[in-house]
Design a protein around this ligand. Structure first.
Ligand SMILES: [Zn+2]
Length: 125
């Protein structure tokens, strides 16, 4: 389906460009890029309500080991901010720190695994 000698007008080229951009990045992502982390959290708090039983979604207790009942809204996707409520959990400040350390460890072990795979690939060549 080639159109020989068919010249695209500047407006047409722009329209194609815009359509492709729309495909790759939907408006939703563009929006979130313009949002501050505070705004994102505010938006998520509106769609993801605090657990009614007041339980932390990390340790499943009302009180943390320090006796704190306050719950923080935490991004569990390694700070890949979205407006998806499934990417967030309410947890105690102490559990938040613990979660962060665990995800950091996980990231490190993932990197180690990836590097090992790369080495294996090189050796087998
Ligand atoms: Zn907790």
């Amino acid at each position: 389906m080639t159109k020989k000698g068919y010249k695209l007008t500047e407006a047409h080229k722009k329209a194609i460009g815009d359509a492709q951009r729309g495909e790759n990045n939907n408006n939703w992502q563009t929006d979130i890029k313009d949002m501050s982390i505070g705004t994102i959290h505010k938006r998520v708090r509106m769609i993801k309500l605090k657990p009614v039983d007041g339980k932390c979604e990390y340790c499943h207790k009302v009180k943390s080991k320090y006796g704190i009942t306050k719950l923080h809204l935490v991004n569990i996707r390694d700070h890949y901010y979205t407006l998806n409520p499934d990417d967030y959990q309410y947890m105690h400040p102490a559990c938040h720190i613990e979660h962060q350390n665990i995800s950091r460890e996980k990231r490190k072990s993932q990197l180690d695994y990836w590097l090992r795979q790369q080495t294996i690939n090189l050796k087998s060549k």
